[in-house]
Design a protein around this ligand. Structure first.
Ligand SMILES: [Zn+2]
Length: 295
């Protein structure tokens, strides 16, 4: 890893020398929004390209190959207080990014928004400047790939104990929402839980809940999600009738901007033949047309 930094094109302020044919080709391609590497005699692809193979000192082959544009963060450090001359005026990460198809890494900025979004293995893509001049800053920065925005439902279920999840999903597979009622406080939890988070006691009574409920809060999402009906789409907390805890679901069958708190909704299930023990069996919740509830 440390070794790779020797290959790194410094940014900003790297190039004050004449470029020569290899670097020149790299920069010319950048201007056209393409990323290229150069092959070494041993078959490695150097990105950014160098005139000499850093391992052997031999001249590179002169064969250029297109790489990226996406890549993977190998390591990074957070720049919490950007200074004049930094590529971004808000906190960002300096990262070593190995572009797809490359054998070396490129140092560049990643506009991740939050340090918590950074991790080795993060997939990123370049954000190109509209005006490009054949300079490494033709890439304004890299940004995380939109990978099927973590669907809130999944987050919920991954923190649910495995047995309860399996039980809940077995209900989903046959088109019912299974909740559990605490024998001590009487609260009904959905998805199904094995113990009451308030009383700490084991929950033994299983209840089947109808697929109807009321929107308590919601968010309009403008990033595509493969499960969502369209963009923008709405994810909402829906309190199923008979439940005491709302669950996160997608809302469909209504324009995003018409969704409201208190709206009555009903689960829209996938056709029976496509159902299984997965939340994909519930397409989304759609309005029932009933009058709104007070929430
Ligand atoms: Zn309880």
């Amino acid at each position: 890893m440390i070794q790779r930094t020797r290959h790194v094109l410094e940014f900003p302020g790297g190039y004050t020398r004449t470029t020569g044919p290899v670097i020149g080709r790299f920069l010319t391609e950048l201007r056209d929004r393409r990323l290229v590497g150069v092959r070494t005699a041993t078959g490695r692809t150097l990105v950014p390209p160098l005139e000499y193979d850093p391992d052997t000192g031999d001249a590179v082959t002169g064969e250029f190959v297109e790489v990226g544009p996406a890549g993977t963060v190998e390591s990074w450090s957070w720049a919490g207080s950007p200074r004049a001359g930094h590529p971004l005026d808000r906190p960002f990460a300096w990262a070593l990014i190995r572009l797809d198809g490359a054998d070396t890494s490129l140092l560049h900025a990643v506009d991740a928004g939050d340090v918590r979004a950074m991790r080795p293995g993060l997939r990123v893509r370049p954000r190109w400047r509209a005006e490009r001049a054949g300079h490494v800053t033709d890439i304004e920065c890299f940004v995380p790939e939109v990978t099927a925005m973590t669907a809130p439902v999944r987050v919920e279920y991954t923190v649910t104990p495995g047995l309860a999840l399996a039980r809940f999903l077995s209900g989903i597979a046959r088109g019912v929402f299974l909740g559990s009622r605490c024998g001590s406080c009487g609260k009904v939890y959905v998805p199904y839980r094995l113990s009451c988070p308030e009383c700490g006691v084991a929950v033994t009574e299983e209840v089947e809940l109808p697929g109807t409920g009321t929107v308590t809060t919601f968010a309009i999402n403008n990033l595509p999600d493969p499960r969502a009906p369209e963009v923008p789409f709405v994810s909402a907390y829906v309190l199923l009738d008979g439940a005491d805890i709302p669950m996160i679901v997608l809302i469909g069958g209504i324009p995003a901007h018409e969704v409201r708190e208190g709206m009555r909704v009903r689960a829209v299930w996938a056709p029976e033949s496509e159902r299984g023990p997965s939340m994909d069996s519930v397409r989304w919740f759609a309005p029932t047309g009933e009058p709104d509830e007070e929430v």
